[in-house]
Design a protein. Structure first.
Length: 261
């Protein structure tokens, strides 16, 4: 992907992220997720509710997010939930231990690299048209994790998604799960905790800039940039740089107009 195409892709994903953060409808939010998938060539969507107590997510009048909105067939729902596949799925296990997007360890691995059970899972997913999958773990309070996934029928299709776009898709995933959590508990939108300068520094870090590069871009000293990042971590209660990124995304703190430059 060339620089100009990368910029256009980031700008398009950022527009959908901004719309997602103001959405009040799960159906409308799903449309934005689907548009992001089309942009990056991974048009099929997947969603796993909190892996601590995974279940079909009901969105009113007995409608299931996985079935009525995303389109999981009854056989797939039964296989995933009633047989509790998520307890042994290697991608779900990995999602609990990372905060960054990753390619499916089942769909994108070679069959010889998988156990018999993992190959059975791979076969069932392939039959459902899920040959390649990019998964984004969304970490919740008290150790919970949700997963938002974009998939394709084309093998290893997710390999073409640049790291910069994957980071922007993290904001998409967090905004979607944040909407679901707000509707679940009826909470009001969160207020911004970070200062504008802290958000600028963190936004540049998410693009892969080093502290020194951030300092040059913002005409600050590296020491001052470090201070802004440490202050942001204290405000959000983050334990590490990656946790800070995760927390900022989950709260909608990052300025999309910055991250797409």
């Amino acid at each position: 992907m060339g620089e100009e195409e990368l910029y256009r892709t980031l700008a398009s994903v950022s527009r959908h992220n901004a719309a997602l953060r103001t959405s009040r409808s799960i159906n409308a939010a799903y449309d934005h997720l689907a548009c992001v998938g089309e942009i990056v060539g991974l048009p099929k969507l997947g969603f796993v509710d909190n892996v601590l107590n995974d279940r079909p997510l009901l969105i009113g009048r007995g409608r299931s997010l996985q079935h009525d909105v995303i389109g999981w067939c009854p056989k797939m729902l039964s296989w995933w939930y009633e047989q509790r596949i998520f307890l042994n799925h290697p991608d779900v296990r990995h999602a609990k231990s990372t905060m960054m997007p990753f390619m499916s360890r089942v769909q994108d691995a070679r069959p010889c690299e998988l156990s018999r059970q993992e190959n059975e899972i791979r076969s069932l997913l392939s039959d459902a048209g899920l040959a390649s999958e990019l998964l984004i773990p969304v970490h919740l309070p008290r150790g919970g994790v949700s997963i938002v996934a974009w998939s394709s029928e084309e093998a290893r299709a997710g390999d073409a998604v640049p790291d910069e776009v994957r980071l922007s898709m993290m904001a998409t995933a967090y905004a979607f799960v944040d909407l679901i959590e707000k509707q679940r508990v009826g909470q009001e939108p969160r207020t911004t905790l970070l200062t504008a300068r802290q958000r600028e520094c963190l936004s540049l870090i998410t693009q892969g800039s080093s502290v020194k590069e951030v300092a040059i871009a913002l005409k600050l000293s590296p020491h001052t940039v470090q201070d802004y990042l440490k202050a942001a971590a204290r405000r959000l209660g983050a334990r590490s740089r990656s946790h800070l990124l995760s927390m900022a995304l989950s709260r909608g703190e990052l300025d999309e107009t910055i991250t797409c430059h």
